[in-house]
Design a protein around this ligand. Sequence first.
Ligand code: GLN
Length: 471
Amino acid sequence: MSIREIREAFNAGSGGPEAALEALAKIVRGESGNGSLNAFLCTVPEDALSEQAARAPTGRLGGVPVAVKDNLATSDLCTTCGSKILEGYVSPYEATAVRRLREAGALVVGKTNMDEFAMGSSNENSAFGPVRNPVDLARVPGGSSGGSAAAVAAGYVPVALGSDTGGSVRQPASFCGVVGVKPTYGRISRYGLVAFGSSLDQIGVLSRSVVDAAEVLGVISGHDPRDSTSSEREVPDLVGACSGDVDGLVIGVPEEYFPDTLDVQVRARCEAALERMEAAGATVRRVSLPHTRYAIPTYYVLATAEASSNLARYDGVRYGFRAPEAASAEAVYCRTRSSGFGAEVKRRIILGTYALSAGYYDAYYGRAQRVRERLACEFADVFAGGVDVLFTPTSPTVAFPLGERVADPVSMYLSDVFTVTANLANLPAISVPVGEVGGLPVGGQFIGPAWGESTMFRAAAALERAMEGSA
Ligand code: GLN
């Protein structure tokens, strides 16, 4: 069911909670036994969900079951970030986005599996086991919001929240064949989102349709006094934007996002999508964003630097896990962090600490900040030159087999080559299914100008309509 169908039944008093209970039953059934996706780290008990449903107000998300990534604080369920260091941790407060979902009538059914502290592109970095792609169980669902993407793709829930620091909502959405959106930096409060790279992190939405993503994004967006980086700008009518036409819309296609190394089938699906947009009245203009080649190294300096600072708080004293038998304070820190964090998280903390250390700060962190600024200016220039929205592949490949890239971090990092730029430039971006290659979904990405979510949703919904009925 779409959000609108569930809401109408709920608000009329003729159903809705059933949808949530059915979602829960599906999860419990699907997640036990062989073929389990391992998409959830915990779910709400049935009686607690019934209670939630009885108390839920009617509203824009009345009765809608929602899954929430496990790095968003919920006061009734675990918040582990896929890490052993937070195993068993329950937050004393809730993320603003989660609170707004509940106030709009949504029912939170469970917390989804993820790469540890949102670091990864395959969900294989979770301390609680990898998630499987429901389209092909031998393949990864993408990451780091892999559990949320798998839960939506499997039909367990109509929508899920994720977080996107460098592509973690859009890349798994494209691998699982669903819609994934991250808005402009500052559109959604980060209060209660466990920090990874604070200047890049945004909450995002995964759903089966563009309009459902617009519904949820509209509810969770807007200023929050608890996050000074959340914007006071008015939130536009994103659902209304979905029914707009694209006549005269100028779509910029940056050549750097269609390199020779791009999978030929992925390229073909994206080119076909562009042809459909042209048939719907849009104009395609080839553009260039030459600083794109610096995006991955810039991202991996800035994101790791911020992570090394943000993750200093997991010291065995304040949260979750503490290593036993440590005789001194230093031993508590060392042992807790050595055995509580996984390999990728440690790699990032070491990289980030190095980039920030005296003598290297200017050469790495300072320089990366300047490149980030350049990259943002380059995007701004393209939009100022008359381009309404950009279109690119979401990821250079389709979902890869489990295990294929675990031993090679750089090849893993490169799966985000087309998504990190929107985070570095603070721009909104959305991934929409554009077909399949050998049964595996391909995603196309629209990147909008800052605060240009309306245009981006208009383009994405038009593409979704244009793709309907095609393979
Ligand atoms: N895959 C990227 C990384 O590992 C992006 C992660 C994210 O967006 N949270 O950092």
